[in-house]
Structures are given as structure tokens and as C-alpha cells.
Design a protein around this ligand. Structure first.
Ligand SMILES: *Cc1c(COP(=O)(O)O)cnc(C)c1O
Length: 474
């Protein structure tokens, strides 16, 4: 650090950290405001080349990490603005491709104090109150999944990928010969988890449309000849559909198979009395994956894995003398190491706790309902639009559609054209009948009408992309 900028190395915590943060945070907020205004739309215009050129323009003038730094003020001002100008912003309704939520301001603000104090969740002596808050938060979430259980529990993960890995790990621990089984609609992380754990690739079960067929699961598990762990999905990635959980749980029970429900997308619908019936049967699962960085509106990452009984997590316990020595645990220091496969771990539960306290469960449920209701309305708008075709009625907040008379190539080109222009960020889903455009609506306030410009851009772009070809034919 140069002496010219002593403040660049100031700490965030301690008695005076808040003063330095009070100087720096406004710079970040100005950068956010200026960069957002500069961008103008949902995403940066010009695609990867323009974004790379924007970064090069800044680092060309002063390398990212030269021998002498530019100081905290300049670094924050320039790079915050660059980040905002070159980001896709999920708080813009036209940014609707993925399960990529616009975080709530309350959650982001909570992250400031969590980051300043930096509790690490691997031992009580690094996270006294953060670990206690985490315990309350995870118990609350576990009770949502298992309302009838005596001691349900949950652990915080980085997201559905890690939760699915843990779900399969808990199935394998008592039973190394366990065979993973999942629907053809399952998330790719299920197969990856099997691979990481040294298990055979999952046996794939046929679906009715996009939902796992219980009779097909029954046949598969019956013919397996070894114990199974079945992964069902509550909110599929392509269409947001929910497997018939109660029927699948019955099949699992009949064959003594374990059931893990990947509710990374749909899980937080449990906060809504109106939507909860969609997840009927989820309490019959042995483990449930949920993501609060989808419905939940947390900054990444905010995953959870819930189990019916706390003892079900015993397989994760591990002893490291420097973190959870036996005599420390006996003397009453909580043992946190067995609550994750990670060691150092961010207090992601803190902002989830702040958010739930601020909104209440009903408030959270209302946001989920808003997204699902809006998706139904947008689907109606698409269905009535002469230039668009709707794939089907949405279950949660995912809407598949395409321009009329569009082949796969046209659909893909429309998506890329809108992305490159920064006009709209739309997803894609490859279904049995070809490629569709996908909207995954996670904006908790946008109204159906706010999506009309996006729909019109799709129609206009499809017409524009079609033109040169028809001109060439002539
Ligand atoms: C998002 C998602 C995942 C992956 O979760 P990450 O949080 O991205 O790790 C897995 N399964 C489903 C159904 C999902 O929606």
C-alpha cells in the first residue's frame, strides 16, 4: 500500500470500521446508479466483444493490479460503475432467462454487516451469534418441509447443486451399493453428484410430459435389484413442473427406496398457503433441497438441505482437533463442523434470517404467488398474441413460447439477437418438439403488462431475423 492512500487498507470491522464503510458505500451506490443509467436496458449492448472492450479500456489505462494501487475511492467508483454498466440486471423485467433472482435490498444491506464481521460458520469461536441465528433459521425452514416431524433439521449449502450432492451422500453413507434413480426431467447436478460420489450414473425414469411417471418409477425400482435413492423434482429447470410427489413417495415406501426431492426452484412455495398444495407429499421425502437465491430473493448463495430428523445428518460429522476438540464439545461449545462439507463458510443464513423477519412467511409467500400469478397472465397474453405460440400453462413461474412458424434455428437466433442488443435476456429450453424460448419470472413486483415490451421485441426480432432470408430467396 502506498502511503498516499492509508484509507485503502482500513478495516470494515472494529470500532471505526463503520465510519470507513460510511465513506465507501456511497461510492459503490453512485457507481451502481451511474452504471445502471449508462446501460439503459436489461443487459449490456454489443455482446462479449463490447463487454471485453469496456474492461480492457479501464485496465489498459491502469492495470487491474499494478505495483501501485489507485486507492479505494477510485477502484470502487470505477469498477462499481463498470460492473453495473456491463451486467444483466434481474431487477429489469426484460431479464427473465434463468432462476436468477433480483435480490431484495434488505438482504443485500444485511450482507454488509455480515461481510464486515465475517463470521465463519465452521466453529463456534468464529461465529457465536451467527451460528445461533443459523440454527433458528434452518429449523424454521426444516419445519416448513416437515411440519409433523419432532426434530427436523436443515443445513445451509451453496445451492441446489451442493444440496443434491448431500442428498445422495446421505443415501450412500449407510448403503454404498445404493443406485441413484431420477426422472428424465431432473437437473444435471443429480448425475454430477452421482459421478462425484463414485455412484453409478442415475437410472432415468420416463415422464408424462415433464413429470416423472409413478408407474415407470415403480417398474424401474422393482427391476433394480439393489437399494435405490430416488430424486424427484419440484420445479423443473425447463418448465417449472412438479413431479407427483405423494405418488412417487408411495412407490419409494413400497420398495424401501430413499426419496430426495430437488425443490431448489419450487421449495419456497411452501411459504404460500395457496401454493403449498402443489408440493403435497414433500414431507414424505427423506431430504429436500431448497434455494433461497431463487424464490427467496437472496443474493447468491443461499441453498438449504432439509431432513426429517436432525440425526439424519450424522453422516456429516467430522472431528478436527483445532475446531471441535472432544473436550470443547463436552464443555458445551456447539460443534458446527458437521453442518457442512465445507470448512470456512459464509453466514448466508444471516441475510435469510433478516429477510424472513422483515417480510414474515406470509410476506415471502405473497412474493412467490405474485410471480406465479404473473406467469399465468403472461401466458395468457402470449396465447392471445397472433405472432406467438404458447407451449403450455405454467405450473410455477416458467413460461415457454416461441414466435409462430419459427424453426429451432430462428428461435435460437432471436434469443441471441436480443441478448447481444441488451434488449432482453430470454432463456431457452429444448423440448421433445424442439427449441422454445423460456421466461423464468422471478421479479416479485413486475406486472404482466411490464412483459409486453419483451414479447413485442421477440415478435419484431423474429420478423427482422426472417427478412434477409426471404429476401435472399427472392
Ligand atoms: C437451480 C437448480 C439447481 C441448481 O442449484 P444451484 O443453486 O444453481 O446450485 C438444481 N436443481 C434445480 C431443480 C434447480 O432449479
Amino acid at each position: 500500500m502506498g502511503e498516499s492512500m492509508p484509507g485503502s487498507a482500513a478495516l470494515a470491522g472494529g470500532r471505526d470500521g463503520h465510519r470507513r464503510l460510511a465513506e465507501l458505500i456511497p461510492l459503490v451506490l453512485n457507481g451502481l446508479a451511474d452504471g445502471t443509467a449508462e446501460r439503459g436496458g436489461a443487459g449490456p449492448a454489443g455482446g462479449p466483444a463490447a463487454v471485453a472492450a469496456g474492461v480492457a479500456a479501464l485496465t489498459g489505462a491502469a492495470p487491474l493490479a499494478a505495483a501501485t494501487g489507485v486507492g479505494a475511492e477510485q477502484a470502487l467508483t470505477e469498477l462499481s460503475r463498470l460492473l453495473a454498466a456491463g451486467s444483466v440486471d434481474p431487477a429489469d423485467p426484460a431479464c427473465a432467462a434463468h432462476l436468477h433472482c433480483p435480490p431484495l435490498a434488505v438482504a443485500v444491506a444485511a450482507d454488509v454487516v455480515a461481510s464486515a464481521l465475517n463470521p465463519s460458520m465452521d466453529s463456534w469461536d468464529q461465529a457465536p451469534v451467527a451460528s445461533e441465528l443459523e440454527r433458528e433459521l434452518v429449523t424454521l425452514v426444516a419445519r416448513l418441509c416437515y411440519p409433523g416431524a419432532t426434530a427436523p433439521d436443515a443445513v445451509v449449502t451453496t445451492g441446489g447443486t451442493e444440496s443434491n450432492l448431500l442428498g445422495l451422500l446421505l443415501a450412500r453413507e449407510p448403503n454404498p451399493a445404493v443406485r441413484p434413480v431420477c426422472g428424465r426431467n431432473a437437473h444435471h447436478s443429480v448425475a454430477r453428484a452421482a459421478w462425484l460420489l463414485g455412484l453409478p450414473a442415475p437410472v432415468l425414469v420416463d415422464c408424462d410430459g415433464e413429470r416423472m411417471r409413478p408407474s415407470a418409477l415403480d417398474e424401474t425400482v422393482r427391476g433394480l435389484g439393489s437399494p435405490a435413492v430416488v430424486v424427484a423434482t419440484a420445479g423443473t429447470t425447463d418448465t417449472g413442473e412438479i413431479d407427483p410427489l405423494r405418488d412417487l413417495a408411495q412407490v419409494c415406501r413400497r420398495h424401501g427406496a430413499r426419496l430426495h426431492v430437488d425443490a431448489s426452484y419450487g421449495g419456497l412455495a411452501l411459504c404460500s398457503a395457496k401454493l403449498k398444495p402443489l408440493l403435497d407429499g414433500i414431507a414424505d421425502a427423506d431430504s429436500v433441497a431448497l434455494d433461497a437465491h431463487k424464490f427467496g430473493w437472496q443474493p447468491i448463495s443461499a441453498g438449504l438441505l432439509a431432513v426429517r430428523e436432525a440425526a439424519d445428518l450424522a453422516a456429516l460429522s467430522v472431528r478436527a482437533e483445532y475446531l471441535n476438540a472432544g473436550d470443547d464439545t463436552e464443555a458445551g461449545l456447539p460443534d458446527l463442523l458437521g453442518r457442512s462439507i465445507r470448512t470456512s463458510r459464509r453466514p448466508d443464513a444471516f441475510r435469510m434470517a433478516v429477510t424472513l423477519r422483515a417480510l414474515g412467511l406470509d410476506g415471502m409467500g405473497a412474493l412467490v404467488e405474485h410471480c406465479c400469478d404473473t406467469a399465468a397472465e403472461v401466458a395468457g397474453m402470449i396465447d392471445r398474441h397472433p405472432g406467438l405460440r404458447l407451449w403450455g400453462a405454467p405450473t410455477l413461474s416458467t413460461v415457454l413460447f416461441k414466435p409462430v412458424d419459427a424453426d429451432d434455428e430462428l428461435v435460437a437466433r432471436v434469443r441471441r439477437t436480443l441478448l447481444e442488443a441488451g434488449t432482453a435476456i430470454v432463456g431457452r429450453a429444448t423440448m421433445s418438439d424442439g427449441v422454445w424460448l423460456k421466461l423464468t419470472l422471478l421479479h416479485p413486483h413486475a406486472k404482466a403488462e411490464d412483459y409486453r415490451p419483451l414479447l413485442e421485441s421477440v415478435v419484431a426480432t423474429a420478423d427482422a431475423v426472417r427478412l434477409p432470408e426471404s429476401a435472399a430467396v427472392r
